[in-house]
Design a protein around this ligand. Structure first.
Ligand code: NAD
Length: 294
């Protein structure tokens, strides 16, 4: 049993903390939103008065926060109060620069740290089947792995500080681009009088196959579990896809990478969000491509 401070008990953090409790860990949680604390308490998390109080006897700190500024603020607030050698795991999706800054803050204070963003969404967080993409030293990763296990389906050590965030935004840039490509193909098929099922049957077993068509098909019918079958209820909201595509563009600009399709995907998701569809599943972009949304 390990005592774990868990900061950020929102849509993802709460079910993740619940799985740590189920695995027998003592979880001391804090969030700014009182309703989230009530849910955490129901899951067996010991709710603490603030982030510093959550550190009491903790050997590990997990953060699951909205963006880089929140992670840096929390690290700045608590790092001086943590016992030397405490392991800091940040599972938020944040920009690579902030992730590297967070590692530097932790290392200067004598802590171990990894960035460990996730994919798998709220469903994966509840089921304990998230994919963790980790960046940091081997020592930090080896200590983090058994802590991540009850929340994970897969854990990949991607490299040094920031490598987990880099893997996350590269993966989601592929996803955003491929979903738009698949959406365009279905809209073209509709105009050509080709049925959804026929395009699916061919493309899902031919060179067009990819996760966006085979597992998450953006039209109702061919893949019964995809959000298209429940009026594009997320799933993975378009607002979060836009966030990740923006992070990819920031990283590309900083690193001098040429990513024209990533830039275009970001613009299309920005328009979809601006039209009020940030809460729609990201596969709902097909409605925008079809001209169905106002
Ligand atoms: P969320 O907004 O539901 O949760 C974030 C929580 O952080 C909120 O409850 C907020 O009150 C809390 N918070 C902010 N500042 C705080 C502070 N100083 N101290 C304590 N608590 C603080 O967001 P989420 O959906 O749980 O996502 C969390 C992270 O995971 C984000 O970076 C997101 O991009 C990433 N992510 C989300 C999903 C998803 O499907 N929701 C999937 C993969 C990754």
């Amino acid at each position: 049993m390990t005592t774990i401070a868990f900061i950020g008990l929102g849509n993802m953090g709460n079910p993740m903390a619940a799985n740590l409790v189920k695995a027998g860990h003592a979880v001391q949680g804090f969030d700014l939103v009182p309703e989230n604390l009530t849910v955490a308490r129901e899951h067996g998390v010991t709710v603490m008065a603030d982030a510093i109080a959550a550190l009491e006897d903790a050997e590990v700190v997990v953060t699951m926060l909205p963006a880089g500024k929140h992670v840096l603020a929390v690290y700045g607030e608590i790092i001086g109060q943590a016992a030397k050698g405490t392991l800091f795991i940040d599972s938020s999706t944040i920009d690579v620069d902030s992730a590297r800054k967070a590692h530097a803050i932790a290392s200067e204070a004598g802590m171990l740290s990894i960035d460990a963003p996730v994919s798998g969404g709220v469903g994966g967080a509840e089921a304990g089947t998230l994919t963790f993409m980790a960046g940091g030293s081997k020592d930090a990763f080896d200590r983090a792995e058994p802590i991540l296990q009850p929340m994970a389906g897969r854990i990949v050590h991607c490299g040094d500080a920031g490598a987990g965030q880099a893997a996350k935004i590269c993966n989601n840039m592929i996803l955003g681009i491929s979903m738009i490509g698949v959406g365009e193909a279905f809209v073209l098929a509709e105009k050509l009088g080709l049925s959804h099922q026929a395009l699916f049957d061919v493309a899902s077993t031919s060179s067009g196959q990819c996760w966006s068509i085979n597992t998450y098909c953006p039209v109702p019918g061919p893949v019964p579990t995809s959000p298209a079958n429940r009026d594009y209820k997320p799933g993975f909201a378009a607002a979060l896809m836009l966030k990740d595509l923006k992070l990819a563009q920031e990283a590309a600009q900083g690193a001098g990478a040429v990513t024209p399709l990533g830039a275009e995907a970001m613009q299309l998701y920005a328009l979809f969000n601006a039209l009020g569809h940030g809460g729609t599943d990201f596969s709902g972009i097909i409605k925008f491509l079809r001209g169905d949304v106002g």
